[in-house]
Design a protein around this ligand. Structure first.
Ligand code: FIX
Ligand code: ZN
Length: 439
């Protein structure tokens, strides 16, 4: 293997294969672009440990279908530890834990050096009880080899707001995202709350309402320093529309994002509460109108849109839309798509249609420990795809270097987002912004 001024040239197919696999499994994750994690200062908002892992809402949905002797209401009437024991017995002991969410729990335990075969949950509980949240955050970031995560920060959350009242985030592993669903999805609920907080907003959007919504966004951006603004939008969300969401987008959200130099991140496709008895586990998926995404990008060429769609059926058309709009960057294999078979399919079509210009994955972790398993699983799946793609390239006679492959993979694992937003959108840290500081 020769080394030239650009680095280690990979001459053989096996050298390419080994370099890609090593890079995928070992490069530090620059940023996990969407999670529901929080730094330690947020207290109980940060979920971690065995019982939280096992009572993840994905597993609640699985246990309610697998063990019908306990109804959802009876399940939710249990204590957290009773829920965990019920799920462990039903989904791990009584049948093989072969689903992605079940396998993930075991990947975490194994990564911490625990005896998975003991199946002794008291042993697992003792491991977590023996550490502090600060120590465990360090352990998880090190085990997952992750440099930063983006939180989901909701100014409408009564438990979260006081934490921001106490001051800005001071753990630079945790970047903020300003989450604003109520402004677009439940304006009738959001309006009285903004009014209560001192913003002159009217239900009919009259008077200074739209300027006041923009002021609300700028005020919270001052506090949070978000890397993007986000909203989870239903599969049937439309733009433009007669709904209040269109003027709120056009005259408040998008102007605020442009002023801040950060993307708006619509996350589209949820079909809310198809089974309300499952509560947080009761949401499903629907195919959205890709035309809505195209119109957002076409009508607002000076705003960046960082987009993830929930339906598998939307993925190919999202890639085509991204080819048409440089201000559109697809990201992640979200929620019901975060499974090896679908990650494989989505990543292949993205590479084939977009080259490197996307972010391949985010974890969507709700429990700190999931950072370990969700990325361990994704790294391996994405490695298989990239080996094929780089071997296709190698077959043309084109020669790659180890360093180039590593840079490509860091990009796909989040650096592409930081570079795409430049420095305007990520002002945390050194004056030149985090993107440059992280290169
Ligand atoms: O809207 C979102 O951010 C979704 O990711 C969550 O609401 C969802 O429950 C989830 O955690 C999916 O992984
Ligand atoms: Zn999420």
């Amino acid at each position: 293997m020769s080394v030239d001024e650009n680095g280690t040239v990979l001459e053989s197919k096996s050298a390419v294969r080994n370099a890609v696999e090593h890079a995928c499994l070992n490069v530090a994750l620059p940023v996990d672009v969407h999670t529901h994690l929080y730094s330690a200062r947020f207290g109980d908002l940060l979920l971690w440990g065995f019982d939280e892992l096992v009572t993840y809402h994905y597993l609640i949905a699985e246990v309610c279908r697998t063990n019908r002797s306990v109804s959802p209401d009876e399940f939710y009437a249990m204590s957290k530890s009773e829920q965990a024991e019920h799920i462990w017995q039903s989904l791990f002991i009584d049948e093989s834990p072969i689903s992605e969410a079940r396998r993930g729990v075991l990947t975490c335990l194994e990564a911490y050096g625990l005896d998975v075969e003991s199946r002794n949950i008291e042993e697992y509980r003792e491991f977590f009880a023996s550490t502090t949240v600060e120590e465990h955050i360090d352990r998880v970031f090190e085990t997952a080899n992750c440099e930063r995560v983006v939180m989901t920060n909701d100014p409408f959350d009564d438990q979260e707001r006081p934490v921001w009242d106490a001051g800005p985030e001071d753990d630079d592993r945790f970047l903020a995202a300003l989450r604003i669903d109520p402004l677009l999805v439940t304006w009738h609920d959001a309006q009285p709350r903004l009014e209560q907080w001192g913003y002159e907003v009217h239900m009919d959007l009259g008077g200074p309402t739209l300027d006041e919504i923009r002021r609300f966004l700028m005020d919270w951006s001052e506090r949070m320093d978000p890397v993007y603004m986000a909203a989870s939008l239903g599969f049937n969300f439309q733009y433009p529309d007669e709904h209040p969401s269109t003027p709120i987008l056009d005259q408040a959200i998008i102007p605020a994002c442009k002023e801040l130099g950060i993307p708006f991140a619509p996350m589209i496709g949820v079909k809310r509460q198809v089974n309300p008895s499952l509560r947080l586990a009761g949401d499903a998926v629907g195919k959205c109108d890709i035309g809505m995404v195209e119109r957002l990008c076409r009508h607002n060429p000076d705003c960046d849109f960082f987009v993830t769609l929930l339906s598998r059926e939307n993925q190919h058309e999202l890639c085509v839309a991204a080819r048409k709009f440089p201000n559109l960057m697809p990201f992640g294999c979200w929620w019901f798509l975060n499974d090896p078979s679908i990650i494989d399919e989505i990543t292949r079509e993205r590479l084939e249609l977009l080259g490197n210009s996307f972010v391949a994955q985010h974890s969507d972790c709700r429990v700190l420990d999931q950072l370990v398993y969700k990325w361990e699983h994704s790294r391996r799946t994405i490695a298989r795809v990239l080996i094929d793609k780089y071997l296709d390239l190698h077959a043309t006679g084109w020669r790659l270097t180890r360093e180039q492959i590593e840079e490509d993979i860091r990009g796909l694992f989040g650096q592409n987002f930081l570079d795409w937003t430049g420095n305007g959108g990520v002002s945390r840290g050194p004056a030149e912004g985090i993107a440059k500081a992280m290169r």
